[in-house]
Design a protein around this ligand. Sequence first.
Ligand code: RAM
Length: 341
Amino acid sequence: MKKILALVLVAVMAVAIFASCTQSGTGGGVEYALVTKAAGNAYNEKEAEGFKAAMDAQGITSYVIKHPEKATVDAQIQVINSLIAQGVKSIAIAANDANALSATLKSAKAKGIKILTLDSDVAVADRLTFCNQAGVQEVGQALIDAVYDIAGGEGDYAILSATSQATNQNAWIDAMKKIAAADSKYSKLNLVEVAYGDDEPQKSTDQTQALLTKYQNLKVICAPTTVGVAAAAKVLQDKKSSVKLTGLGLPSEMAAYIGDDADHSCPYMFLWNPIDLGKLAAYASIALVKGEIDGTAGGTFKAGETTYKLTTVEGTNASEIILGPPFKFDPSNIAEWKKVY
Ligand code: RAM
């Protein structure tokens, strides 16, 4: 009996592990695909949850969700090639690199597959539109202002990012640097290092520890990645470090670390709703496949009750769809939001 139980357990676990990498509707062929950055990241699972919910709401079962094994270009190329072979109609992807997916995405496009991005963009020529969680400028501004505020207007800060090639993190970091350079208000802040935890918990933990060792006068770490910020929060809080943290985090993972006192490592942080971002990507995929939008700025489509408009990405004639502004999580609202995502 025990043996049978153990076997059943192993089988259930195997299915669960498989499901965390690939999830699909119950339909026959596959038309709509979501490719996240990587497996093992709760943020990506929330995106997937939203994508699935929107497909279900539309009665569409011909979709597949893929979480590549690692947050690398190679892992994504493999997934995209298999989706091309399956003859999907659209691929919504959170890119692990702005340029290195180009050749693969071009061959998908040549097969008539509609390519769109969410969360992390590619070069605008390689996609029709981008489901952008929040304006890059707004995120950069929120983060640099949080660093300024928490550091008391001056001193050393470090950034703990995801992978060094991640388009979204690089865009936010770039925006932070540009905003800081353009206004003398920030001139007493000193960025000592941008470290990369590769959206892996252990590497992010190690990188946080290394920052603490290297920079004795460090005041603040800013981690614009949910994986990095959660790892750093734990390191700082366990050590009762005086170094404070801010960044982009999932309320469900960060609730234990948010607080204004010496017992908590993170006074406040930001994010948006990753479930809504997944939904937006699903509705945009459907609108592209049905020809309701073609990626040209000015186009509109419905995502549930909301009508979204494709707007122009500054300095280009390419489009993006902005989900909304970044949202601040602090001791006053974290208990409420940790239940949501
Ligand atoms: C991590 C990923 C994701 C990013 C969030 C904020 O989960 O890097 O791409 O948008 O952080």
